[in-house]
Design a protein around this ligand. Structure first.
Ligand code: NAP
Length: 500
């Protein structure tokens, strides 16, 4: 028998607001998605608001809802300023108002005489919670609540400083019953998403404001990551980078998996230390991953096999994990840039200028040179420009020559003009002596550079086209199927337009 619920009911919406009206509004919103809801009574700004909210709840008495009341004291990491008696008073009131569960933090539990929790008129079921907001402590091998029967479930919420920390917590969930695993912090986010499939009895997600670090919103939990549908058979993919929070790749790939009816999920891994992630691959069941800054070059030394072109470029953005855990790398940025540009002009025998000489410039230069274009490199560091020009048989073009020389296309491969600095352009209008301007930046979709080029009557290509094409290619490498491009494109464009 499932402890908290089944299906979406295993995802607990966290309702937390400072006044009763807002709590009630959030509760109604939460119940549209899941019947399981935690009511953070400690977030309400005073006892008057707590009383008001619980009186409303009693009248409202939502049918089929599974309500869990929490009135966490400051000692336990909550906002309730009262003492243990105050906390118990509000939990008993919550019972009266229809809450079936309550959360009792270890700091409170320890202060109570043994067995008293079963004598007090608290909500019928008790979740004992243990929090560590600093680290993941030493953990028990397994947690069993049936042995003494004083509580009905145990939760450990602990900050994951490393991916290995979050894996340790998931392993406890795998071996236990009546256990809720909550890896906290941005590094723990993928494990938080995988917790249900690893055996955690519950996953938490805020309806609005985050109540703990590294939370994923209720909407994303249910609709982007579909956590309630993940099983041990679900294939895990992801993107590794630092930072990673801004990435649109989870939206792109998860939309593709849903549209293509593939039992897979794609997660954002904040990776400070590549070895920490690589050691967790088999435990988490990772079958492939995208690589972004700053790991695109470093990953090469951990590969068993590398596509020769990616090796020549010196950067890998796509990795396949074989069953034995060995890694096979390739580079789809290369494909992405060609597909995006080919829509506007034939590349063979064309004259191209790349502005910048970093990782993306390198993939672009190899792609264009291989496709038969002349490649000019203009970069602020002459040494970097020279090295790249030499590697692809191109030439260095000094900045001062840009207003005189003409090209078929100019490509920006620097981050100048990227969100949140979208008001600036890497080049001046007079330097755009070309038929096509492509900006590799994809956020915003239309950069200042592209707007300027359009005003000059020059055709433009957004970095979104490259982002989509490299992503479609990755998706096809991992699944062996044609990517559902229309659905993936629509999701990414909608997100970009909504965010800008
Ligand atoms: P990177 O390796 O850090 O290279 C950045 C390049 O830009 C370097 O040559 C750097 O010069 C130059 N640069 C940075 N700031 C500059 C400034 N103020 N003035 C002149 N040059 C400057 O980064 P990357 O991976 O190549 O990424 C570059 C851009 O491409 C990013 O905006 C990224 O989002 C985008 N990108 C898009 C896609 C896509 O799918 N659309 C794929 C990959 C990358 P120094 O070496 O002198 O610092």
């Amino acid at each position: 028998m499932a402890l908290f619920g089944t299906g979406m009911g295993r995802v607990c919406a966290v309702v937390a607001a400072t006044d009763a009206a807002d709590m009630s509004r959030q509760l109604r919103a939460a119940l549209r998605s899941t019947p399981t809801v935690e009511l953070r009574l400690d977030w309400l700004k005073n006892d008057a608001e707590r009383g008001l909210f619980l009186r409303r709840l009693r009248k409202f008495s939502p049918a089929k809802a599974m309500l869990l009341a929490t009135c966490r004291r400051r000692e336990g990491g909550g906002k309730f300023a009262g003492d243990v008696d105050g906390e118990l008073y509000w939990l008993m009131q919550a019972h009266e108002a229809g809450c079936e569960w309550c959360d009792l933090e270890m700091e409170t539990y320890r202060e109570l005489p043994q067995g008293i929790t079963r004598e007090l008129p608290l909500p019928r079921r008790i979740l004992l919670s243990i929090h560590d907001f600093e680290r993941t402590p030493k953990l028990p091998r397994t947690v069993s609540v049936t042995r003494h029967g004083l509580v009905d479930a145990v939760k450990i919420a602990a900050k994951a400083r490393t991916i290995a920390d979050s894996v340790r917590l998931l392993k406890v969930a795998r071996r236990s019953r009546g256990f809720v695993a909550v890896p906290m912090g941005d590094v723990g986010l993928p494990a938080r998403i995988l917790a249900l499939r690893e055996g955690s009895a519950l996953a938490y997600a805020p309806v609005e404001e985050a109540t703990a670090p590294g939370q994923v919103s209720l909407d994303e939990m249910l609709h982007l990551y579909r956590v309630h549908q993940l099983t041990r058979a679900t294939r895990v993919y992801g993107v590794i980078g630092d930072p990673i929070g801004h990435s649109l790749s989870p939206l792109l790939h998860n939309t593709g998996f849903a549209a293509g009816r593939i039992d897979a999920v794609y997660l954002p891994f904040l990776v400070h230390d590549l070895r920490d992630f690589l050691r967790a691959i088999l435990d988490l069941g990772v079958r492939g991953f995208s690589v972004t800054l700053p790991h695109k070059q470093t990953i090469l030394k951990y590969l068993k096999e590398c596509d020769p072109l990616a090796a020549e470029i010196g950067a890998v953005n796509t990795v396949v994990v074989r069953r034995d855990g060995s890694l096979h790398g390739s580079n789809t940025d290369y494909v992405g840039v060609l597909q995006a540009l080919e829509e506007k002009l034939p590349i063979k025998n064309s004259r191209m200028l790349i502005f910048g000489a970093g990782g993306a410039a390198r993939a672009t230069a190899f792609a264009l040179a291989r496709a038969g274009a002349f490649v000019g490199i203009c970069a602020r560091r002459e040494k970097a420009a020279k090295e790249l020009a030499r590697a692809v048989g191109g030439e260095v073009i000094p900045r001062r020559a840009l207003s005189r020389e003409s090209f078929d296309a100019i490509l920006n491969a620097t981050p100048i003009g990227m969100h949140p600095h979208q008001g600036i352009s890497p080049l001046r209008a007079g330097e755009l002596q070309c038929r096509v301007v492509m900006d590799l930046i994809y956020r915003p979709e239309r950069t200042k550079l592209l707007k300027m080029a359009a005003q000059e009557g020059i055709a433009t290509v957004s970095g979104v086209e490259m982002f989509l094409a490299q992503g479609f290619a990755q998706w096809e490498i991992w699944t062996g199927k044609r990517a559902p491009e229309a659905a993936m494109r629509q999701a990414v464009l909608a997100a970009l337009r909504w965010r800008s």
